[in-house]
Design a protein around this ligand. Structure first.
Ligand SMILES: [Zn+2]
Length: 131
């Protein structure tokens, strides 16, 4: 249900962002999803469809850009992108420490790729009187 709560917050944030702009319909939502969120894009899209039902964004497309995770090593100070070990199941990987790509130490701090953000939304504006 990880993806469902993420999808709900995307829907809520997009609806909130559309408020007061005479938005008739939200047609697309562009999001950046960090690798360390361990959100599965297909699952996110599926849940987004459910979460957006009966709102002005029903049927909107969700465009997902994956952002690679970054870690800073406490041991050697190296900071950079890291890869999630694809041999570990995501359910387990999300609780396992990320290894430094330089020295292999597990004493790392995640500095990027932990969040998902809406970069922009595409909308249809309702025709109306200007005031
Ligand atoms: Zn290191």
């Amino acid at each position: 249900m990880h993806e469902f709560s993420a999808a709900c917050s995307i829907v809520e944030a997009a609806l909130e962002g559309a408020k007061g702009h005479r938005v008739k319909r939200i047609t697309a939502v562009n999001v950046e999803v960090g690798e360390f969120t361990f959100l599965v894009p297909e699952q996110l899209e599926f849940n987004f469809e459910i979460a957006s039902r009966d709102t002005i964004m029903e049927g909107a497309s969700l465009n997902i850009t994956t952002v690679q995770g970054r870690v800073k090593c406490q041991k050697c100070g190296h900071e950079g992108e890291t890869k999630v070990d694809t041999e570990i199941a995501p359910q387990i990987a999300m609780f396992s420490p990320m290894k430094c790509s330089e020295c292999g130490s597990s004493a790392t701090d995640i500095t990027g790729g932990k969040d998902f953000v809406i970069t922009n939304i595409e909308v249809e504006i309702a025709p109306g009187q200007s005031n």
